[in-house]
Design a protein around this ligand. Structure first.
Ligand SMILES: [Zn+2]
Length: 149
């Protein structure tokens, strides 16, 4: 084999290596994609299983999960509080029965028919108006009278 054919065969074996590597990478990438698909299935089903277990926590209590149950319940309660806050920000009111948003003018809930009272106006109490000076003075007088006995 002369010099030039030696160089030629080296180049062609190098390009074969590159092609092999590329094919290998493509295969690994495809297999990783299939692993991701299976992991997505597992995650989706485990989430569903977890929610089912949580919903049946009263029927099948599990002390090992009690703390997590509480955390989930707190998160659900927080979501309800935030939904109420949204309704309040939008200047609407919330049905006390089913929780849907109801326009302020409505008397009954359009979804469940329950009576929906108007929300309590937000109070900003002022200390000075609630404080009764006259009454306070009389109690002071009562105290002095009692102590003089
Ligand atoms: Zn309702």
């Amino acid at each position: 084999m002369d010099f030039f054919s030696k160089v030629g065969s080296t180049i062609s074996s190098k390009s074969k290596d590159v092609a092999k590597k590329a094919k290998e990478l493509a295969e690994v990438s495809s297999l990783n994609g299939q692993i991701n698909t299976q992991e997505d299935i597992i995650n989706r089903l485990c989430l569903e299983i977890g929610k089912n277990v949580y919903e049946r926590r009263d029927v099948f209590p599990d002390n090992a999960l009690a703390e997590k149950y509480t955390a989930v319940s707190n998160a659900y309660a927080e979501i309800e509080r935030l939904k109420s806050a949204i309704i309040s920000v939008k200047g609407a009111k919330q049905c006390p029965s089913c929780g849907v948003e109801v326009v302020l003018d409505a008397v009954f809930c359009p979804a469940c028919g329950a009576l929906v009272p108007n929300p309590e106006p937000v109070m900003y109490p002022e200390q000075t108006t609630e404080f009764d000076f006259a009454e306070n003075d009389s109690t002071e007088n009562d105290f002095t009278e009692n102590s003089s006995l």
